[in-house]
Write a protein that binds this ligand. Structure first.
Ligand SMILES: Nc1ncnc2c1ncn2[C@@H]1O[C@H](COP(=O)(O)OP(=O)(O)OP(=O)(O)O)[C@@H](O)[C@H]1O
Ligand SMILES: [Mg+2]
Length: 595
């Protein structure tokens, strides 16, 4: 079933408006084909008149024009017919230019639209579905398959354009010399069809090789850059060079094959036509007394035939390119078809913002990633507005997962969240009020200021300076040549893990959140900096709700409530002093902290 759907044509991917443009283009092509055919049909009368101007009086259709302009001498007649011919030709060229402009513009518009659509779709996926996606595959589709979509459309349009022009030219040829043209066209057509089918499967294979090759290219390339330390230390450079070499051979090999196979039919067909014409000339020499009477006809065939041949060549080349490019279309279509099952971003789905709250209740929350082993088991707790809350517990106890559920990145298998007693399916409504500092932060390849004021156009300088102080980034700033305008990330300066965490904290604080969520956000800091940040956070206590996952208990000692998790269960709650007395796991964590 899926393979049936995937063998679909380009129309499946075009929007209504794009389909309309496509048909307008087809209409324009038909018009151009007719104009071109008409222009070529004038070649013989034009040549006849130029060769022998006196023959003009025998052309019936020209008599009214001759009478109208009262033209007597042959030279002015030739001039007139030249003007008519040139005017038509100019019209043909203008139509051709307009057509070419649209043939080349439209496919890129479609590619741009699909790239936006797909990127928008990826970002709008629920976090659960996003987790299941392969990031390298998504990048490959966006950067490799989508541009090939425009090549596919160009090939498709070019194919139709050449097909229409060919039909018109064939009609003229048949009209002029039916039998001769029929024989010649059958020979060319037969050779063309044979070559197309001969190369079709090879082209398809090359297209699949390209799709798979580029996917591997991305995967191996990105992974090796991420693993650069291990590759150097374990002396694996040659191994990765070889893997990458094999992958690039596959990609370039497929490109080589497809462009060569596209060019072959045109060349072979030209050769066949030349053989045919030489054969005909030879036969004429043998059996006709004055072969020169066929002179103009031959010139006509040379002109129209050459154009027809190039059209047929383009048609076959495009048809086989379409085979080659189809796997890319299928790759995109597969992603877009998933929209039915994925929860794509949709403004209508946005939950109404929650303006304020007094208490958020976690009511019997259970969750598992694989629907087998529960990572969280019946967690019930509450978070009061403007309280400071900490989650502690051994590694793997489910702290980050619980926060992901709270932030609505994941949905519980059972249980619910209640805001002031009202059951809420998703806490997305709280998102505008939440500042989140993840366990692993990503530095953007941009300035410090833009790393902190994330995703805004105009930066509030005063707020920026304030959060830089709060996150203790002053020392980092002091070492930056261009201050907050220094580029961090890939080509900028490299930040240590602790410095990155402080940027992430500043990023969260810049939002002036009502709820600040920190997932082990100070784990990479030295104890002095950690203390400074803990003091900054302590100063905010009472003004906003603070939720922290902490591995150093010293930073959450003064928090209003500490929840202890172990193996997915809530095993203790209270303040530091009470837990230190009553909770064995908390006690052991405190002991570890002191070591
Ligand atoms: N994306 C995932 N897919 C499947 N299992 C996962 C995924 N993320 C986490 N887990 C599993 O869920 C359990 C809880 O992980 P979680 O990250 O919530 O622990 P944690 O308490 O935050 O640990 P740590 O202190 O090490 O950060 C672990 O057993 C982990 O292996
Ligand atoms: Mg964690």
């Amino acid at each position: 079933m899926l393979s049936q759907v995937l063998s679909t044509n380009i129309f499946k991917i075009l929007s209504k408006k794009e389909k309309k443009i496509f048909f307008w283009l087809l209409f324009l092509m038909i018009f151009f084909g007719l104009v071109e055919a008409f222009t070529y049909s004038l070649v013989i009368p034009y040549l006849n008149v130029v060769i022998d101007p006196n023959r003009i009086s025998s052309v019936q259709q020209l008599q009214p024009i001759i009478a109208y302009f009262n033209l007597q001498d042959p030279l002015s007649l030739v001039a007139l017919i030249s003007v008519i011919f040139l005017s038509l030709y100019t019209f043909k060229i203008i139509t051709q230019l307009i057509l070419q402009y649209w043939i080349n513009k439209f496919p890129y518009d479609v590619a741009r639209h699909n790239m936006k659509l797909l990127y928008w779709h990826y970002l709008g996926l629920s976090y659960e579905l996003f987790l299941k996606k392969n990031h390298k595959h998504m990048m490959k589709v966006l950067t490799q398959s989508i541009p090939r979509l425009s090549f596919l459309l160009i090939a498709q349009l070019s194919f139709y354009s050449s097909l229409i022009t060919s039909c018109c030219l064939i009609a003229i040829l048949l009209f002029k010399q039916f039998l001769f043209s029929l024989i010649m066209l059958s020979v060319i057509g037969g050779v063309g069809v044979f070559l197309y089918y001969f190369f079709k499967s090879r082209q398809k294979q090359a297209g699949n090789d390209y799709e798979n090759g580029t996917a591997d290219f991305y995967k191996t390339g990105l992974e090796s850059f991420q693993l650069i330390k291990e590759i150097k230390l374990f002396n694996k450079i040659t191994y990765f060079q070889n893997v990458m070499g094999a992958v690039s051979d596959k990609v370039t090999g497929s490109l080589k094959v497809s462009s060569f196979l596209s060019a072959v039919p045109g060349i072979v067909m030209e050769y066949v036509v030349i053989l045919f014409l030489v054969g005909v000339v030879y036969v004429l020499m043998l059996f006709v007394n004055q072969p020169q009477v066929y002179g103009t006809l031959f010139i006509f065939y040379a002109i129209v035939g050459r154009r027809l041949l190039s059209c047929l060549g383009i048609m076959i080349a495009n048809k086989s390119s379409i085979e080659n490019l189809k796997p890319s279309l299928n790759a995109i279509y597969k992603e877009l078809v998933n929209q039915d099952t994925d929860k794509a971003y949709n403004n209508d789905l946005l939950i109404q913002p929650i303006k304020s709250f007094d208490v958020i209740l976690f009511d019997n929350i259970s969750f598992s990633y694989n629907k087998k082993n529960d990572v969280l088991k019946s967690i019930s707790l509450d978070i009061k507005c403007n309280n400071s809350i900490a989650f502690v517990g051994p590694s793997g106890s489910g702290k980050s997962t619980l926060l992901d559920l709270f932030l609505s990145f994941l949905s519980p298998d059972s249980g619910q969240f209640l805001v002031d007693g009202n059951p809420i399916k998703s806490l997305e409504g709280l998102w505008p009020k939440i500042g989140y500092v993840p366990q692993m932060m990503t530095v953007l390849d941009d300035t410090l200021a833009r790393n902190i004021a994330f995703g805004v156009d105009i930066i509030d300088e005063e707020k920026l300076n304030r959060v830089i102080k709060m996150a203790h980034l002053d020392d980092v700033l002091a070492n930056l040549k261009l201050g907050v305008n220094t580029v961090l990330g890939d080509r900028g300066i490299q930040l240590s893990g602790g410095q990155q965490q402080r940027v992430a904290i500043a990023r969260a604080l810049y939002l002036e959140p009502d709820i600040l969520v920190l997932d082990e956000a100070t784990s990479s800091l030295d104890s002095v900096t950690e203390k400074h940040i803990a003091n900054s956070i302590a100063r905010m206590k009472g003004q906003l709700t603070i939720i922290v996952i902490a591995h150093r208990l010293s930073t959450v000692k003064d928090f209003d409530c500490i929840y202890v998790l172990d193996k997915g269960k809530l095993v203790g709650q209270g303040n530091h002093d009470s837990l230190e007395i009553s909770n064995s796991i908390y006690k052991s964590l405190v002991a570890l902290d002191k070591q």
